[in-house]
Design a protein around this ligand. Structure first.
Ligand code: FAD
Length: 450
């Protein structure tokens, strides 16, 4: 690597992908710097997966405490203290931020705590005007929550702000139908808010298996979460009492809410980075276009993670960061395999899936079969909780190779991660069935499906 550059690698964005890429490149012997204009750790650690999952745990106690009575526990009337949970979660986030900082320090990655933009194929400029050069530049700037352009949209908040609320609002409206919308619907509902999920289209969780997402809809409705479908926003106004009037097209009366959360998608964070000016091609949605090796149209500039808008998940950004660093600085060319990526929705109850949904199998395979197990977990039976789990396996018609596994029920993501290994390995239904059930568990249904 030419010594004439200040660094071998300059990474913009210290999130999941950027931190992994910089530490691995440094371990391979590269001189590495990274710029971060918010907080080290990025979306996942600071305002995404981690604080979200901790809130999901916190929210679940509402049901656990209720169920505990049926298991003989004398649970007095419980009061939920939002500031206590919020502050504990934020303290944990701060602890993790420190750990990420230490990872960079230990690996001698130089951290610039300010915004960086690209000002040449081998040059970045920091917010304070410092110009730095690098043999390779890596764009790992993530994505940003979208807010629609309509009157009063600024009265709503996004997932960036949701972890810092002063109190749990009485009435929460959530715009969107994706995983973040459904997760926060569950969280706020369990904390006692009146929740309405407002969706422009006619379904939630478009990319998930139809039967599984229908089951979540049915359970959510039974719990008391409201849904409005085919309901585009018109405008939002602040009422005299400080609450929000949400006007939806085709509805004569506004929906009243104390909080509106926009969860309508995340767009690649590429604006104002100087990329197009130096010749980096962007997609229509602003995604940095890269080849299989994460290289952009400018050979010295690479991009990984959400900013490329391939699969917006933390483990994918991390894999891409690792593959980039191993390929470019480790002499070990590596490509990420995007087949069979497991994913989850931490709703109440959660959903998890890997591989093809039934409709994908219908489109892609000559023939396929499905197996399902629709059951009420024994814990729910004793608790008097009328929530059924659904596991669904999709197999290729002739070989019975498992091509998709989808589930909704307690601990579904924990169970699916292990089962995803078998799906990725290309095992057949018969091989699942060869494994003796582990009884009594919910996951034994995976080897007993009919
Ligand atoms: P990020 O982690 O977003 O990091 C990008 C970093 O770049 C940020 O820290 C940003 O401040 C910084 N930056 C941007 N521009 C500049 C600049 N010009 N100069 C300096 N720094 C800059 N994924 C999962 O896998 N599981 C989940 O359960 C999950 N839950 C989520 C929940 C929520 C509410 C949200 C919002 C996201 C969730 N995600 C989840 C998605 C996950 O957070 C992202 O896929 C992941 O963080 C992407 O990593 P990244 O490295 O591409 O970008």
């Amino acid at each position: 690597m030419a010594e004439s550059y200040d660094y071998d690698l300059f990474v913009i964005g210290a999130g999941s992908g950027g931190v992994r890429a910089s530490r691995v490149a440094a371990a391979h012997g590269a001189r590495v710097a990274i710029a971060e204009d918010h907080r080290v750790g990025g979306t996942c650690v600071i305002r995404g997966c981690v604080p979200k999952k901790l809130l999901v745990y916190g929210a679940h106690f509402a049901e656990d405490l209720q169920d505990a009575r049926r298991f003989g526990w004398d649970v007095p009337k419980c009061r939920f203290d939002w500031p206590a949970l919020r502050d504990n979660v934020l303290a944990e986030v701060e602890r993790l931020e420190g750990i990420y900082g230490e990872i960079l320090e230990r690996n001698e990655v130089e951290l610039h705590e300010q915004r960086a933009t690209v000002t040449g194929p081998n040059e970045v400029t920091l917010a304070d005007g410092t110009r730095l050069t690098a043999g390779t530049i890596l764009i790992a700037t993530g994505a940003w929550p979208m807010v629609p352009d309509l009157p009063g949209a600024e009265l709503g908040i996004t997932s960036n702000e949701v972890f810092h609320l002063d109190a749990v609002p009485r009435r929460v409206a959530i715009a969107g139908g994706g995983y973040i919308a459904n997760e926060f619907a569950g969280i706020f509902h369990e904390f006692g808010a009146e929740v309405t999920l407002i969706n422009r289209g006619d379904r939630i969780l478009r990319h998930y298996d139809e039967q599984i997402r229908d089951r979540l809809l049915q359970i959510s409705l039974t719990k008391g979460i409201g849904f409005k479908f085919n309901a585009p926003f018109e405008r939002i106004e602040k009422a005299e009492d400080g609450s929000l009037d949400i006007h939806l097209k085709g509805s004569p009366d506004p929906l009243k809410a104390d909080l509106l959360l926009w969860a309508v998608g995340r767009q690649p964070n590429s604006r104002g980075l100087g990329l197009e000016e130096v010749g980096v091609k962007l997609g229509k949605d602003g995604a940095v276009l890269v080849d299989e090796d994460n290289q952009t149209s400018v050979p010295s500039i690479y991009a990984i993670g959400d900013v490329t808008n391939r699969v917006q998940l933390t483990p994918v950004a991390i894999r891409e960061g690792q593959a980039f660093a191993d390929s470019v600085f480790g002499g070990k060319p590596t490509r990420v395999d995007y087949e069979n990526i497991p994913s989850a929705v931490f709703s109440h109850p959660p959903i998890a899936g890997v591989g093809m949904t039934e409709s994908e199998a219908r489109d892609k395979l000559g023939s396929y079969k499905t197996y399902t197990s629709d059951f009420r977990p024994m814990k729910n039976v004793l608790a008097g909780r009328n929530e059924r789990s659904l596991y669904k396996m999709i197999v290729e018609g002739e070989t019975e190779r498992v091509v998709g596994l989808h589930m909704i029920g307690p601990d579904a993501p924990e169970i699916l991660q292990a089962a995803a290994v078998a799906v990725k390995a290309g095992l057949t239904k018969a091989q699942f069935d060869d494994t003796i059930a582990l009884h009594p568990t919910m996951s034994e249904e995976l080897v007993l499906m009919r």
